[in-house]
Design a protein around this ligand. Structure first.
Ligand code: BGC
Length: 408
């Protein structure tokens, strides 16, 4: 059967996404502290898990190997790279800024620029300096001014090498996992007051950061990443299922986007999966047998519906994360191509999608799931930190080089 060629627009950005804590290594923050806490270790042991597999530690050693990582992105023919900087490194004590770390990040960004990579910089990706977590993290209203002070410093020091700013990564996930489900630090369960306070401060922090970044760099492009899954009712004629979906969508992403819509130069979408919600236990119904290594349903068509929904904001959209945990690399290439097929369909219908960033360049520290999930185009030898290309890396490299996919 002859294959159909689907071309992407000229200047479409192809990239890879990473975050500081997940790849750099050697960071001391609220996460590194929580990983080693007695309660967390006890919990893992109760589940018969080895706590060592849940310690980030040296991660992928990208703090030292960043130039190699940028070379890999070039090997993939990517024109853009999303990376994070770690607040805890820059401000290890309240009000005391570590200038050496700022110099380090300057070198990092210059190294990306030297390779002609567009830089997408994430300022906060769920992790906090310990002094901040000790005063209540995002529930303490002082966090907003602390965050803005840090942002202003970074914009002044690093701004010239940044093409796109991500103020916050998926703030709703921090709230849900940190204050409702207790899966991420501060690991509170059903702390609704904490969730409301953190929510308010995160919204305010984004709005003010947007303004301050623009005060310093009027041409800056600023957004936050929104994790929009495609959510449907399990039973479309059951009004309770329908209601649950409306509520879930509202709280998961619509509310935050609504309150920050005047403060977004572009929409930064993270898309991974699909959920069918039901009002009966187990509350989620997965009809699609295709899942990734950690049980997430693979549903490429969902990205099309999500993009369609986001097009109402009438702003350029960048897909800042899309990826799969697939240790054997049996599904990754197909996953990427199938999602891109639907991205292409959205573009064909006039939706202004300008870029696609695969999550992730490397197998990295996958938060509460530790080291088991393998999202990388490159595997990591944990002893030598050698990066080893998976077969799908070659396929992604072809896509990025030719600016097209071939489909049946
Ligand atoms: C997060 C990443 C994470 C990925 C896969 C995203 O929601 O931003 O940090 O590794 O999902 O779980």
């Amino acid at each position: 059967m002859t294959k159909k060629i689907l071309k992407f627009p000229k200047n479409f950005s192809w990239g890879v996404s990473t975050s500081a804590y997940q790849i750099e290594g050697g960071i001391i923050n609220d996460w590194s502290q929580w990983e080693k806490s007695k309660s967390r270790i006890k919990n893992l042991k109760l589940k018969n898990k080895n706590p060592e597999d849940f310690i980030c530690g040296s991660a992928c050693d990208s703090y030292n190997k960043y130039a190699e990582d940028f070379d890999l992105a070039k090997e993939l023919n990517c024109g853009a790279f999303r990376l994070g900087i770690e607040w805890a490194r820059i401000e290890p004590q309240e009000g005391q800024f570590n200038l050496e770390e700022i110099e380090h990040y300057k070198k990092v960004l210059q190294s990306a620029k030297k390779r002609n990579l567009q830089v997408v910089l994430t300022l906060w990706h769920w992790t906090n300096p310990i002094w901040l977590s000790q005063i209540g993290g995002w529930t303490n209203k002082k966090v907003v001014s602390f965050f803005i002070r840090y942002v202003k410093l970074i914009v002044k020091e690093l701004g010239q090498d940044v093409d796109f700013w991500i103020t916050l990564n998926e703030p709703m996930l921090h709230i849900n996992h940190g204050y409702i489900r207790g899966k991420f630090p501060p690991a509170k369960k059903y702390n609704f007051l904490g969730a409301v306070l953190a929510y308010r401060n995160l919204v305010k922090a984004h709005q003010l950061a947007f303004n301050r970044i623009h005060d310093i760099l009027p041409e800056a492009k600023v957004s936050f990443t929104s994790l929009n899954s495609y959510i449907e009712p399990a039973n479309t004629i059951n009004p309770f299922d329908v209601l649950i979906v409306l509520i879930a969508k509202y709280f998961y992403y619509q509310k935050f986007l609504k309150q920050t819509r005047q403060y977004l130069d572009f929409i930064a979408l993270d898309y991974y999966f699909h959920n069918r919600l039901s009002c009966f236990p187990p509350f989620k119904v997965n009809l699609n047998k295709e899942i990734n290594d950690i049980g997430w349903e693979i549903y490429p068509k969902g990205i099309y519906y999500v993009l369609k929904d986001l097009s109402k904001f009438k702003k350029p959209i960048y897909i800042m994360e899309n990826g799969i945990a697939d240790a054997n690399d049996n599904q990754r290439a197909k996953f990427i191509i199938n999602h891109l097929k639907y991205v292409h369909k959205a573009i064909n219908q006039g939706i202004d999608v300008r870029g696609y960033f695969y999550w992730s360049l490397l197998d990295n520290f996958e938060w509460a799931d530790g080291w088991a999930p393998k999202f990388g185009l490159y595997a990591i030898d944990k002893k030598t930190f050698k990066r080893i290309a998976r077969p799908s890396a070659k396929i992604y490299a072809e896509i990025c080089k030719n600016n097209l996919i071939e489909v049946n």
